[in-house]
Design a binder for this molecule. Structure first.
Ligand SMILES: NC(=O)c1ccc[n+]([C@@H]2O[C@H](COP(=O)([O-])OP(=O)(O)OC[C@H]3O[C@@H](n4cnc5c(N)ncnc54)[C@H](OP(=O)(O)O)[C@@H]3O)[C@@H](O)[C@H]2O)c1
Length: 210
């Protein structure tokens, strides 16, 4: 059960900061904690992703008043949260707290999948299932940034959104070739009529490219 309660303010340890929380976000793992699918010692403050202002710093890289975002192990669904310096970064001025709080876990997941686990390097192809999703839309941008050829799957309604994640000049590069473009097809509807014949054998829910 999730309850609103008054609790002690968390104290930052050496190397940590205390953050006055301005925004937090919800990730799949949060409902998995609530349903007991992922174990967590209770009682606990939920929420990993945080963006806010440093209230107190025991970390050399951060000072009071810094705007930061990242992962808060003490729990982000609270007025105050603590985080080690290694799990936060300075929030860019042009990014709102709400936007920044949507980045950490989804972005980290995409990064780990592509580079830490996948070992993606320049010139390779990355097939990103659910390219419009919370993780997928980061993966598309990271893979493009790494100069990979990106192939994404998703609903037709999200096609323009996903293409908008890459600079338009890149769409004509080999990584956004017509074949790769046609790999962007609905997994719930029939294939795009603009896709070449060889694409048509792909079954719903799959992506294909030559
Ligand atoms: N978000 C995180 O921080 C995080 C962290 C670790 C692991 N994960 C895991 O990563 C996966 C994706 O998470 P997410 O946050 O990115 O979820 P999400 O935002 O809900 O995105 C899910 C994506 O999957 C696609 N999809 C949905 N039903 C589908 C189907 N039947 N066949 C093919 N594609 C389908 C959707 O495509 P359309 O919308 O285009 O239809 C959507 O882009 C989940 O398994 C989640 O548990 C997420």
């Amino acid at each position: 059960m999730l309850r609103l309660e008054e609790v002690e303010r968390p104290e930052p340890a050496e190397g940590e900061v205390l953050i006055r929380v301005r925004a937090a976000s919800v990730n799949p793992v949060d409902w998995k904690f609530r349903r007991g699918i992922v174990p967590k010692q209770l009682p606990a403050v939920l929420g990993n992703d945080v963006s806010g202002i440093v209230e107190l710093s025991h970390a050399s890289d951060y000072s009071e008043g810094d705007e930061v975002f990242g992962i808060a192990p003490s729990g982000a669904y609270a007025e105050f949260a603590t985080a080690p310096a290694a799990l936060i970064a300075n929030k860019p001025a042009g990014v709102t707290h709400e936007q920044a709080a949507a980045i950490p876990v989804g972005g980290l997941t995409a990064w780990q999948a592509l580079f830490d686990r996948g070992g993606l390097t320049r010139g390779q192809a990355a097939l990103i299932a659910g390219a419009a999703g919370g993780v997928g839309h980061f993966a598309v941008q990271f893979a493009k940034h790494a100069d990979a050829r990106v192939i994404g799957t998703g609903s037709a309604r999200n096609r323009d959104f996903v293409f908008g994640l890459a600079p338009s000049s890149s769409r004509t590069s080999p990584s956004w070739s017509p074949t790769a473009t046609c790999a962007w097809r609905s997994h719930r509807r029939s294939r795009s009529p603009t896709c070449p014949r060889r694409m048509s054998s792909a079954s719903p829910g799959t992506s294909a490219a030559s």
